[in-house]
Design a binder for this molecule. Structure first.
Ligand code: NAD
Length: 483
């Protein structure tokens, strides 16, 4: 079985060498094809940070094991890490956080055992990366949450929770504020939950989740979140078990999976052979499990846990009274502990059941669609306009353009209604949302909206517009604060 390996930048090559040495010493039956990705590939002029050969190799092998990579700053290029995750639709980011004995934290000292798996959506949300300056003062970020994308992620999370005999699966969200986007994610969570009656499924508002994670982390098991909230919550969980040096990560897709540590390239310690390879090793162990090399995975994990329990540590953690070892010595200590059983959390050694990571060959992009049976109609439009005038003056102008099809129903600024009701104490910026609805409640068409756009543009610069849709009797848009 062959996998693609990218050593990465900074400490990447040192920690990758340590991990592959451990794999080789354990006779892991894998072959490695090294691919060119990272900063030096950007520097050679490849704007996505990987060579076409690297892309082809990864697509044909289906599994990539990667070290951390640096994104050049100020050159307008996108992170190769994010590009890789998105291009290959690795829709689930799975991160396991467990108490490691030998890694002191307030919880391990208090005897509170942590075993939390965060499943973070990996493609959508604000990471769609679509941002615009609407005016000189106003930036807008678009947040995509899709039904098929959420369903794909949440199904994976439930399947994974079932396999691990999870006590509980929890959806973290902010659906009380982001009613449409997080509301959709939460709706998908409860829809999928119906197919897994044996699992205790619940949801929690993300701020409450953060508070409870730091006060009672032992009450959580699997936690599912959208991309940005998941990014923040997963680093919070890393902090609970000792920091990013102990946080593995698997990016799971239907065809291609990427296994990597979540810490960066640590330029401050690169080249010194002192970096901690634990996070990359744990990510590698999760890769071995993924391709069915469960015996190797268990032996190596037990050796790692035993090594940590015995107090061996690199300089970034552990008992300061015990001298630290370097990266190579840490790897050697693990190799010397193959076959030993840790006192806590020992893994059962079961024979390998190797699968193949090689993906199906796809001829074209998959289209993910879920069909709504309810009628869809356009009932209005939000026009995002630039203006420094007061709300009343804007309303007068807008009403002149409303014509026979539209009525102006609301004007808001930074999401707060300022017309027809509002307060002079609401501070304004130079960008308003003028909401028009159908005058008589009849459905509108796109030509009507374009007509309004053309007319309004005589008075205002229109930065953007959004259609207001109804699906059956359900509004597919939110109201402004105060509307
Ligand atoms: P960082 O994680 O590289 O470093 C933060 C601190 O943690 C540093 O003090 C570093 O020495 C320490 N540290 C990190 N990993 C360690 C390890 N394995 N052992 C011991 N100490 C370790 O974060 P940063 O400084 O913000 O980022 C540096 C670069 O890494 C940036 O170019 C960034 O784009 C990149 N980055 C890459 C990834 C990735 O490839 N997945 C993730 C995050 C950051």
């Amino acid at each position: 079985m062959k996998i693609a390996v990218a050593k990465g930048d900074g400490i990447g090559p040192e920690i990758m060498e340590a991990v592959l040495k451990i794999f080789t010493a354990n006779n892991v039956p894998l072959e490695y094809e090294f691919v060119d990705m990272g900063k030096w590939v950007f520097d050679k002029g490849f704007s996505n940070g990987m060579t076409p050969e690297a892309k082809q190799t990864i697509e044909s092998l289906g599994a990539l094991f990667k070290g951390p990579m640096e994104t050049p700053k100020g050159k307008g290029v996108k992170s190769v890490n994010v590009t890789a995750r998105k291009t290959w639709n690795t829709y689930a980011n799975k991160r396991v956080f467990q108490t490691l004995h030998g890694v002191d934290t307030v919880f391990s000292k208090a005897g509170i055992n942590i075993d939390i798996t965060v499943v973070r959506e990996n493609i959508e949300d604000t990471y769609g990366g679509i941002e615009h300056m609407l005016t000189h003062d106003v930036a807008l970020s678009r947040r995509f949450i899709t039904r098929p994308g959420s369903m794909q992620l949440i199904r994976y999370a439930f399947e994974m929770a079932k396999k691990k005999n999870a006590r509980r699966i929890t959806c973290g969200h902010k659906a009380n504020i982001m009613k449409i986007t997080d509301g959709l994610f939460l709706e998908c969570f409860h829809e999928v939950a119906k197919d897994y009656p044996e699992l205790k499924a619940d949801d929690i508002i993300v701020d409450d989740l953060c508070m409870k994670l730091v006060t009672r982390p032992d009450t959580f098991d699997v936690v599912v979140l959208t991309n940005l909230q998941g990014d923040i919550v997963s680093d919070l969980c890393a902090g609970l078990v000792g920091g990013l040096g102990f946080a593995p990560s698997a990016n799971i897709g239907d065809h291609i999976c990427i296994f990597e540590a979540v810490h960066g390239t640590a330029p401050d310690i690169a080249g010194k052979n002192i970096a901690n390879p634990t996070a990359l090793l744990l990510s590698g162990i999760s890769m071995l499990q993924h391709v069915g090399l469960i015996e190797n995975a268990a032996i190596i994990e037990n050796a790692l846990l035993y090594t940590l329990e015995s107090g061996v540590h690199t300089g970034d953690f552990g008992d300061k009274k015990i001298p630290s070892v370097n990266t190579t010595q840490f790897a050697e200590a693990i190799i010397n502990n193959f076959g030993k059983q840790p006192k806590t959390n020992a893994k059962v050694v079961i024979p390998n059941k190797p699968g193949t990571p090689a993906p199906f060959k796809l001829a074209q992009n998959s289209m993910m669609i879920s069909r709504e049976s309810t009628d869809e109609k356009i009932v209005g439009v939000d026009m995002f306009i630039e203006s420094e005038e007061q709300p009343l003056q804007i309303a007068k102008k807008c009403e002149r353009h409303a014509g026979v099809k539209f009525k102006l129903v609301s004007i808001s600024n930074r999401g707060t209604q300022v017309w027809p009701t509002g307060s002079v104490y609401t501070n304004l910026v130079n960008q308003y949302n003028a909401r028009f609805e159908s005058l008589d409640g009849d459905p509108l068409n796109q030509q009507d909206v374009i007509g309004l756009y053309v007319s309004l543009s005589g008075n205002f610069k229109i930065c953007s517009f959004e259609l207001l849709n109804m699906w059956g009797d359900k509004k597919a848009y939110s109201l402004a604060q105060g509307q």
